[in-house]
Ligand binder design. Structure first.
Ligand code: PLP
Length: 427
């Protein structure tokens, strides 16, 4: 069956034909790629087209597809059983590994997705501070829980309306949306509600409006404000955790939060999430404390063993980080060279192994800059790349992920394709 035929059939049984919206390739007006198998940097679709893949499952696959270490861990883990609903040794080992990797956290609770991690961390921050309001930033995505699914708006500070139907106005009325990289907008919000804000949650390197790194001054300012007003600072490291560095953003950016949320890489491709923090905060979580949070499959033994295998490999092979970062730098420099040759004013952002080509002439620091991107041009570009066997994010606002499996040859082939695709964009 072709991708189109599969998609048509899928649409009869699954809303929009997919189990998560971005997979529908709606924004690039194509049928999605239905994956048959994948290995290393490549995916093979149901039509037997092979692509160099920069989606990499949206982040978990830092080592590439079906890496031998992960494959072996899955085989081994499957021998013991898939779920017990009772504690296992591997959960303890995993918690220890994660806690030891991350400055400033003493305890961690495993959940099943990044959404659960951010949702639970906020409940804990609210329980800890006995306050209700939270601050998030325009263009930062933290999963699809009600209070965090808030439309980004204009202005320095706004109470928002829900991005989705089905979310009560009262729920998001507790969410204050501020401007990324703009400390003044945060100060204004805090001055207005000095006693009411439980937490500030952010992606310290935003990866859901293209890649935008938080400015040092902004991050340090947030840390100071949180200390001054007893607000819990939460880093959402669902994408950046173990990606920008084995020790994640505290090491990479030099600022330590009070709580952290993980997902993606810590599961090695299996469904997982986690949130952690200082002991005095985390001990309030049930059953040691009064803040309830639970999960039938939390700490699932398959996910734990596979995640543990991936994290241990990363810990023992620091050269992975050098490789993926230098690969992304090589790609970014190559793209910049092409842009110069073609006299195109677009922006390339690369942080660690994450990359975005913004189709705008404007410098990009925050959400309003991102909105100046020409998404129509991106659609044409995406389709040309796909034709040439390169699978990039089907949205201007998603990151490209470079894995340890991407070879120099992959990168060179990608640069040739980018050149041709950009020429086509302006045909
Ligand atoms: N936080 C960030 C920064 C994310 O990028 C995502 C998902 O992409 C989430 C949270 C939600 O994670 P999940 O899709 O596992 O629920």
């Amino acid at each position: 069956m072709s991708n189109q035929e599969l998609f048509d059939e899928a649409c009869q049984y699954i809303p929009g034909g997919v189990n998560s919206p971005v997979r529908a390739f709606q924004s690039v007006e194509s049928a999605p790629v239905f994956v048959k198998s994948a290995k290393g940097s490549r995916v093979l679709d149901e039509e037997n087209h092979e692509y160099i893949d920069y989606i990499c499952s949206w982040g978990p696959l830092i080592l590439g597809h079906n890496h031998p270490v992960i494959q072996q861990a899955i085989i081994e883990a499957s021998q013991y059983g898939s779920s017990f609903g009772l504690p296992t040794k591997i959960e303890v080992e995993m918690a220890k590994l994660v806690v030891e990797s991350y400055e400033g956290i003493d305890m961690v609770r495993m959940v099943n997705s990044g959404t659960e991690a951010t949702m639970s961390a906020l409940r804990v921050a609210r329980g800890y501070t006995k306050r209700n309001k939270i601050i998030k930033f325009e263009g930062n995505y933290h999963g699809h829980s009600d209070g965090l699914l808030v439309k980004a708006g204009s202005g320095a500070m706004t109470f928002q309306t829900p991005t989705s139907l089905g979310i009560p106005e009262e729920t998001v009325s507790q969410t204050i949306v501020c401007v990324y990289n703009d400390l003044t907008s945060v100060k204004k919000a805090i001055e207005q509600y000095p006693e009411d804000i439980a937490a500030i949650i952010l992606e310290p390197i935003a990866a859901n409006m293209g890649i935008i790194q938080a400015d040092e001054e902004f991050l340090k300012g947030l840390r100071q404000l949180c200390d001054e007003y007893h607000i819990v600072l939460i880093f959402d490291e669902v994408i950046t955790g173990f990606r920008v560095d084995y020790h994640s953003c505290p090491k990479f950016l030099g600022v330590v939060p009070d709580m952290v949320c993980f997902g993606k890489i810590i599961g090695g491709g299996l469904p997982v999430g986690a949130y952690g923090g200082k002991k005095e905060i985390m001990e309030l979580v049930s059953p040691s404390g009064p803040i309830y949070q639970a999960g039938t499959l939390s700490g699932n033994p398959l996910a734990m063993r596979v995640g543990y295998a991936q994290l241990t490999y990363l810990k023992d092979h620091p050269e992975v980080y050098q490789h993926i970062t230098s690969s992304a730098q090589y790609l970014a420099k190559g793209i910049e060279k092409i842009l110069n040759e073609l006299h195109l004013p677009f922006q390339v952002h690369q942080v660690g192994s994450l990359l975005t080509l913004f189709f705008t002439a404007q410098d990009v620091h925050q959400y309003t800059d991102v909105q100046t991107c020409d998404t129509h041009l991106y659609t044409i570009f995406f389709k040309e790349m796909l034709k040439q066997g390169i699978l990039i994010a089907p949205s201007q606002f998603e990151a490209w992920f470079i894995s340890d499996s991407h070879t120099k040859q992959d990168l060179d082939d990608t640069l040739i394709a980018i050149h041709q695709a950009l020429v086509k964009v302006y045909d």
